[in-house]
Each structure stands twice: as C-alpha cells, then as structure tokens.
Ligand binder design. Structure first.
Ligand code: ADP
Ligand code: MG
Length: 473
C-alpha cells in the first residue's frame, strides 16, 4: 500500500488529517500523522461509530462500490463517487460521495499534482474492464412510461457528470421510429455504446436499426445500456438481476458506468407482414398481449396500467386458437441457420406441434419480461433458448389465470398445475380457426413483440445470425 494522499476529511465538525491509500480492495482511509490527539480521537470515534448522529463511513471504500475519483480544482477537493448498497429497497445503491480536501497553504499546488495521478489510478481500478471507453449516445424518449424518462435522465446525468471518462451526447427522440433511423445511420466510430432512457420499445427500435444496416454484424457489437424509463423495462430488470443488483435507476446507472458488458441472444422474427424484425425480449399473444397493448390508453398510469388490464382479463378471459410448432431444446442439434419462409411447413423430426386454445402465450428470451414479471425464472441472457409460458385448453380457468398473474413477480407461477414452460430454440405461432369455424374472440388478435404491436397472423421466431451486447456485467 502506498503512503497515500494526504488530505482532510470533515468529521464531527472538524477537519481530520487523513491518509487515503490505494489498497487492493479499495481506498483505505487512515488517520494522518498530523492529526493531533483530540483529532485522532475524533477519527477513531468516527471509525468506531462513537456518535450515533454522525454518518458512518467504512474504513475501506471498496472499488466495487465506487465509480471513480475526480478533482475539483476550485475547491481543491477530491471527490470519490461512492454508491454503496443500503437504500430503502433491499440491496439498492445510494449515492454517498466522499470529499477529501487536499492540502492548503503553500503545499496545495504540489498536492493537487500528486492528486491527479492518484485519482487516475483509483478511477482505473473502479472499472470492470481496463480502459473501458465510455462515449455514450443517450436516447431519451419523452413519451415513454408516464413521461418519467426525462426525470430518470436528470438523476443519471448528475451522477455521470461526476464520473471521469464518461462523455454523453444526448438526443431526445421526437417520434416513433426516430431511434430506429438514428441507429441505422449512426457513425459507429462516434460512440462506444447507445444508452436508451425509455422502455423496451425504444431498445427494440435501436437493435432493429443496427440490424438493418449493411454492416449489421459490426454494428451489433455496439453495446446497449438500458436505463429504466418506460412502463415495462424488462431488459433493465433482467440485466440487473443477472448482475445481482437491485432494480432501480441509480443501480442501472451505476452498473453501466462500471464499463462491463455481456452478450444477449437476438432473434429474427417474421410476422405476417413486413420484413424480418429483430427481437431481444418477448413475443406475447392472447391475454398477455392484451394486457400490454390493450392498456395503451392508460399510459399515464405507468406500470399500473398492466395491473388494471390484467384484473379485467381475469374477469373477462380470452383465448387465441392457434397452432404452435417448436424445436425442443432436449433434442440434439440446432434448427437450420437460414429461417424458412412462413409459407414453408415446419414438419418432421424434431419439430413438436400443439394446436389448442391459448389463454396465455408468452415467449421470452430473458427471465424478466417487465420489472415486475418473471415469466421464465431459469432463462439467461445468452443461453440460446426461448422459454414459452403457456396456459391452454382445459387447463384454462379464472382461478389459474389469477394465480398466474399474482405469482408472476416471484416466478412461482411455474409450479401451478396446468401452467407449462416450454424450452425451445425456434418456434412458430399460427392463429387458426377453431373446429367450429370461430376465430380468436374479443381482443384475442393482438401480438406484441418486445412490447410493440406487430401485424396479427402467423409469426416465427428464429435465432438471429448475430448476438447483441448489453452494458452491465
Ligand atoms: P413504454 O415502456 O412506456 O411503452 P417504450 O420505450 O416502449 O416505452 O416506447 C414507447 C413508444 O414511444 C415507442 O414505440 C417509441 O417508438 C415511441 N416514441 C419515441 N419517441 C417518441 C416521441 N417523441 N413521441 C411519441 N412517441 C415516441
Ligand atoms: Mg413498450
């Protein structure tokens, strides 16, 4: 451990001379030699928590909880951007920056020069990937959720402004499709990642824009960070959960700033009309798509709109009659690399076929499809699988449907009798007429891909050629 940065920390109303040393696990704070007996006492009682009214700082500020250090040349203080866990939500991060006042008098300039090297080293140690570059293109959707994306961005902007090495170019989307167009023509050398401040719909647009480029393979290497500013926020929740972090804006901003990334499966989706789309999250039909898309008029309520619509759909259930064909995960081998046309039959081994009334159909790529719904607890971001949550045929009852909704957040719905979780590598869902000739009833004709409406009809989900990258590890 080095001799450390000589500085002053304010404790119990007095400045205590302190050495801030770069240790293996974090920044260690120790009483400096100049701290006289009374101030040493002060320091020790601070360390031991002698006064209850005084907030306690740990002796070692772990790099795991820190985003970096910077110098404010005017006040002559070093700021440690420190976000330990300890919020009201279990394990949530809170911002508790620590200010180290450097020197004073004639030695101040020397100290500042030394401090520059010191903060650079601390900042580098805080990064998950050495010299991770963080020039972010930030897309804020003013229309997402109940308009909270701008609020979310203000909190994150303030945090990231204090983190050395983060540069943001901020764009507010002006219309549907704006993010798609921007991703499609983006100069890939102009930024290191795209940050989406919105719900999953805008993430969907960005990945589709990147996938629509001639250089899609390279473009999809550009990682996406998702700050939860919409109503569903399934991607943000899934990434946070994978990383063992609590769900929240500061938590996600912290994780993104750490500079880690991980791969995520992408799917190529063919719907009844239009060219192939790229999906990262979910395909919902029947009751589930109705809860998502049928509640659009209640957008001002934020995520609560889903709850209200779900209650309505327990009272008035609907079912979609459809044929489901899937490639089960249990068999050896993978589906052909090239996705077939929708007009081509998927038949023969190992395809499995089910035709039934589906009250619930929820195909998901990630464990969480929204911040409060975990349709597929075992799903991982990059397992090459989709999980299909299904409630169908004689298993459909109001009781089961209600229990399913109530247990979605804990993931215990998978234990309910009649609820199936099918693991597959590719699938096709084709709405069909029932034996009596009737078709999908009231509202049964909605399909939601990553929360966005797609034309009703047969829809096929196939592994995409490239994987995507998400920020957070
Ligand atoms: P939410 O989770 O609230 O649905 P999304 O991220 O899914 O949030 O975005 C909702 C929709 O808003 C997307 O389809 C997106 O294209 C659209 N959108 C983006 N910018 C704007 C804008 N300025 N005005 C209206 N709609 C927009
Ligand atoms: Mg949406």
């Amino acid at each position: 451990m080095d001799d450390g940065l000589h500085c002053y920390v304010r404790v119990h109303g007095c400045n205590v001379h302190t050495r801030a040393c770069i240790a293996d696990a974090g920044v260690a704070l120790m009483p400096g030699q100049d701290a006289g007996p009374s101030r040493r006492r002060c320091f020790n009682c601070w360390r031991q928590g002698g006064l209850e009214s005084e907030p306690l700082l740990p002796q070692v500020l772990s790099y795991q909880d820190m985003l970096g250090a910077s110098i404010d040349a005017i006040s002559g203080a070093v700021r440690l951007v420190y976000c330990p866990r300890g919020g009201a939500r279990l394990g949530a991060r809170v911002r508790e920056d620590v200010l180290l006042q450097i020197g004073g008098g004639g030695a101040a300039r020397d100290s500042l020069c030394r401090a520059e090297a010191w903060v650079a080293e601390v900042s580098e140690r805080c990064l998950l990937e050495k010299q991770a570059r963080r020039r972010f293109l930030v897309l804020v959707n003013p229309a997402s959720g109940n308009g909270r994306a701008q609020q979310v961005w203000r909190v994150v902007e303030e945090l990231w402004a204090a983190v050395p090495g983060i540069q943001c170019t901020v764009v507010h989307t002006t219309h549907q499709g704006d993010a798609f167009e921007r991703a499609k023509v983006l100069d890939l050398d102009s930024c290191d990642a795209i940050i989406v401040v919105s719900g999953d719909g805008l993430v969907h647009e960005v990945w589709n824009g990147l996938a629509a480029r001639d250089d899609a393979e390279k473009a999809l290497q550009l990682p996406i960070g998702h700050l939860p500013g919409g109503s569903g926020n399934g991607l943000a929740k899934s990434v946070l959960d994978t990383c063992g972090e609590s769900y929240g804006v500061l938590d996600m901003a912290f994780l993104i700033a750490k500079g880690g990334r991980q791969p995520i499966d992408l799917m190529s989706v063919q719907a009844a009309q239009g060219g192939p789309r790229t999906s990262f999250l979910s395909l919902a039909a029947a009751t589930i798509s109705d809860v998502d898309l049928g509640s659009e008029s209640l957008r001002c309520l934020g995520g609560f709109r889903f709850t209200l619509r779900a209650i309505w759909r327990v009272i008035r259930p609907l079912a979609l009659h459809a044929e489901l064909v899937y490639w089960p995960v249990e068999v050896q081998g993978l589906p052909p690399a090239e996705a077939p046309q929708l007009s081509t039959q998927l038949s023969g081994e190992p395809w499995k076929r089910v035709e039934d009334d589906f009250a619930v159909f929820w195909g998901v790529n990630t464990a969480w499809a929204a911040s409060d719904s975990m349709p597929a607890p075992p799903a991982a971001l990059h397992d090459g699988l989709w999980h299909l949550l299904v409630l169908r045929g004689p298993q459909i009852s109001r009781g089961t449907l209600l229990s399913l909704f109530l247990r979605l957040e804990s993931g215990t719905h998978v234990d309910l009798p009649g609820v199936e979780l099918i693991r597959c590598r590719a699938f096709r869902l084709s709405p069909t007429a029932r034996a009596d000739g009737s078709r999908a009833g009231d509202g049964g004709g909605l399909l939601a891909l990553d929360g966005e409406r797609v034309p009703f009809g047969p829809v096929q989900v196939w592994p995409a050629r490239c994987t995507g990258q998400v920020l957070g590890r």
